[in-house]
Design a protein around this ligand. Structure first.
Ligand code: ATP
Length: 240
């Protein structure tokens, strides 16, 4: 028997005004999994991730997280249920130091595990430890991405949502970031939902994947299965 997924998306439709961006999406993320969503520019990947976070909200369909219907909950309440997001474009606080950014993520006053959590993210991203007093805005692109992920981790999520963590980064940095995600999943048991255009690395890392085209899911399977599909190779792995 299958256990209920940690995140269950059913028939989700999301609009921007009159334009429909998600046309009835079904997707599951089980506890302990890394699930990847791939698709071309404008397919609706970010929209799905944002819809899970309640902004924009789904107009039709449902999103159930840990047995609770969160479809119409406001974002701040969804964030309190144990979902954390590292958004596309890594929106860190540029004038604050690395350490201050991490404190914001950890809501330091409420997090009695702050010191432990800080130690853990510094273990995962030693670069951030070295640069903890440097202001966020002066970090390299890769370091800012690490900081965005680390900050999301400081809220002790049960489900981590990552929107294109590899965007614009050099291959060696991409590898470091994907290794950290793998380590968090294997060692800390963190469940991860990853949106990526870098299909090759993302599918290699993932237990399961979904392909989105024009606001609908067109394919699903294990990461390995999807990597071997001709349609996936032709559309998403050119030169990858
Ligand atoms: P990318 O990989 O380029 O980020 P994506 O798969 O994440 O693409 P979305 O950003 O979700 O795609 O965009 C899906 C569709 O919704 C696109 O046609 C986009 O132009 C549209 N869209 C996204 N955000 C808005 C918005 N705020 N207002 C209007 N339309 C939007």
């Amino acid at each position: 028997t299958m256990t209920e997924p940690l995140l269950k998306v059913r028939g989700v439709e999301t609009y921007y005004g009159k334009i429909i961006a998600l046309k009835g999406v079904d997707l599951d993320v089980h506890e302990g999994e890394i699930v990847t969503l791939i698709g071309a520019n404008g397919a609706g990947k970010s929209t799905l991730m944002m819809t899970v976070c309640g902004s924009p909200q789904a107009r039709n369909g449902s999103i159930v997280y840990a047995g609770e219907d969160i479809t119409t909950k406001p974002t701040y309440e969804i964030m309190r249920t144990g979902i954390a997001q590292s958004p596309e474009g890594r929106r860190i606080f540029p004038r604050m130091s690395v350490l201050e950014n991490l404190m914001m993520g950890g809501m330091v006053a409420e997090n009695k595990y702050f010191e432990d959590d800080l130690k853990r993210v510094f273990e995962l991203f030693p670069r951030l430890k070295e640069r903890q007093h440097q202001s966020g805005g002066t970090l390299s692109g890769g370091e800012q991405q690490m900081l965005a992920i680390a900050r999301a981790l400081m809220s002790r999520p049960r489900l981590l949502l990552l929107d294109e963590p590899s965007l614009g980064l050099a291959p060696i940095i991409v590898r470091q970031i994907f290794e950290a995600i793998n380590e968090l999943n294997k060692t800390d048991g963190l469940t991860v939902f990853l949106v990526e255009q870098n299909a090759y690395h993302a599918l290699k890392l993932a237990h399961r994947g979904y392909v989105m085209v024009n606001g609908v899911i067109t394919m699903t399977g294990t990461g390995k299965e999807l990597l071997s599909r001709e349609e996936v190779k032709a559309a998403y792995l050119e030169g990858g």
